[in-house]
Design a protein. Structure first.
Length: 80
């Protein structure tokens, strides 16, 4: 059993690029639909802010929050 859902965000390998917020959002929403009780942990939001507009990050977080509420899921934001 997995304890959390991990989306690999990286410019190298099979990861999703930091600038592809729509793909990160898509994978997170799909996870919520399949397994809402396993939390989504968003780590290092400040790193995403280096590559994206702050407003775009807020929009993504608000859309994700709405899906978390609709699916009775869990989301944890973590920043240093």
């Amino acid at each position: 059993m997995r304890l959390c859902f991990i989306i690999p965000v990286s410019f190298i390998g099979n990861g999703i690029a930091f600038t592809e917020l729509h793909k990160i959002l898509h994978f997170a929403i799909e996870h919520l639909r399949k397994t809402p009780l396993i939390p989504i942990i968003i780590d290092c939001l400040e790193y995403l802010a280096l590559y994206n507009d702050f407003v775009d990050i807020l929009k993504m977080l608000h859309i994700l929050r709405d899906h978390v509420l609709l699916n009775n899921g869990w989301k944890i934001n973590h920043c240093y």
